[in-house]
Design a protein around this ligand. Structure first.
Ligand code: ZN
Length: 86
């Protein structure tokens, strides 16, 4: 039986469903967002489109997604995205 369950995730910022290959998986380690390029890091992941990064930050989508109330550092993700667009 062919499974229609595609490996899709919804973006934490825009809530849009997309293929995992079109989203970036991030995990929270301590209070820092880490980019999980190989989708292998343990723990809860938050997925987002690269273009949705600023929206995610503005809406505190990482806090919501990880159920974390403190300040979350997004520098690693920010730098990763900067490199992508260069
Ligand atoms: Zn999005």
């Amino acid at each position: 039986m062919f499974s229609k369950k595609l490996r899709q995730r919804s973006c934490i910022a825009c809530r849009g469903l997309d293929n995992r290959t079109d989203l970036i998986r991030t995990v929270l380690v301590g209070n820092e967002i880490k980019v999980d390029l190989n989708h292998r890091m343990p723990g809860r992941g938050a997925w987002l489109h690269s273009k949705c990064f600023l929206v995610a930050v503005e809406r505190k989508a990482f806090n919501r997604s990880f159920n974390y109330e403190g300040q979350i550092k997004v520098k690693e993700l920010e730098d990763y995205l900067k490199n992508l667009s260069n």
